[in-house]
Write a protein that binds this ligand. Structure first.
Ligand code: NDP
Length: 271
């Protein structure tokens, strides 16, 4: 008797815009894996575990605003996610909900194309910044966080990461040089803002080599300015792809090759 089709899902609110189903389903198709991946708009993050189990999902991705709820509700959290305190992947292991964060290794894989990076200035201090900062720290890459406001810096201070608000930064580290500047703020996502002061960025770009923006599928004002200043630039497509590929490997319990990840990339880019 053939095995029943396995169900997978992305939880978010809103979730209609998510490209994860087309990416994950392209992976299943390329591997001839009997799985189906759907969207689920989840209103109350506190119900995430029961919703996951009651619907017999084998695996899930979790997006805004539920990553912290998903962390708190899991039966077991594995890997760096224990420190990030937010997860984007659930796996059903014999009725137990196991949680991972694949945004962090997805980011590291995405910046591999830049070659060796020694020091990073990370703009923003939201959920994505937490994953990126800890991933860099774990890989012995020096990381400094710069955020518009003070409020979200506590997490980074507690993890021993250098962090500043716009107010303190200029006087403390204006002279410092970074190889890579990362925009993990939402500036540029739906607007045309830079993630920090233009003059400051131009000074930083003089000594930097690379610029990465977590925003996917567009040249943000941040990337445009970096390019103008001669930096090698990259948007968030690879990060989105690799977090998805790593989740896919947990879902299907196997390592996948380039053929599958390229099929997933094609799926992601389908209109
Ligand atoms: P959060 O809402 O958790 O954090 C947003 C951060 O952006 C805060 O630090 C906030 O600063 C800062 N910010 C917002 N607007 C501005 C502005 N105009 N100028 C300067 N700083 C600003 O968001 P996330 O961390 O979840 O997501 C951040 C970005 O990363 C989004 O654009 C998202 O689309 C993208 N992303 C991409 C992924 C990928 O795979 N490619 C994966 C996940 C996210 P303050 O504290 O002062 O409010």
């Amino acid at each position: 008797m053939s095995k029943e089709q396995e169900k997978f899902v992305i939880f978010g609110n809103p979730v209609a815009h998510s490209k994860s189903p087309q990416m994950q389903n392209a992976g299943f198709e390329s591997l001839d894996y009997n799985g189906i991946y759907e969207k689920h708009q989840l209103l109350d993050g506190n119900t995430i575990k029961e919703t996951f189990l009651q619907n017999n999902y084998e695996g899930a991705n979790i997006t805004v605003p539920h990553k912290e709820f998903a962390y708190k509700n899991a039966d077991e959290v594995r890997g760096l996610a224990q420190r990030i305190k937010a997860v984007n992947t659930y796996i059903n292991e014999n009725g137990k909900v196991i949680a991972y964060n694949t945004d962090a290794p997805g980011f590291l894989k995405a910046i591999e194309s830049f070659g060796k990076v020694k020091s990073v200035l990370l703009l923003g201090a939201g959920g994505t910044a937490k994953a990126i900062a800890l991933a860099l720290q774990e890989n012995n890459i020096e990381v400094t966080v710069l955020n518009r406001s003070e409020g979200k810096l506590e997490f980074f201070k507690n993890e021993g990461i250098n962090c500043y608000s716009w107010e303190d930064f200029e006087k403390e580290v204006k002279e410092k040089e970074f190889d890579l500047i990362v925009n993990s703020t939402s500036a540029g996502l739906k607007d045309e803002y830079l993630p920090c002061d233009k003059e400051l960025l131009q000074t930083l770009f003089k000594s930097a080599k690379y610029a990465f923006d977590c925003v996917y599928g567009k040249i943000t004002p941040f990337l445009a300015l970096a390019k103008e200043n001669g930096l090698e630039i990259k948007d968030g497509e690879d990060m989105l792809l690799y977090q998805g590929v790593l989740a896919f490997e947990y879902f299907t319990k196997q390592k996948v090759d380039e053929k599958v990840s390229e099929a997933m990339r094609k799926g992601l880019k389908k209109e």
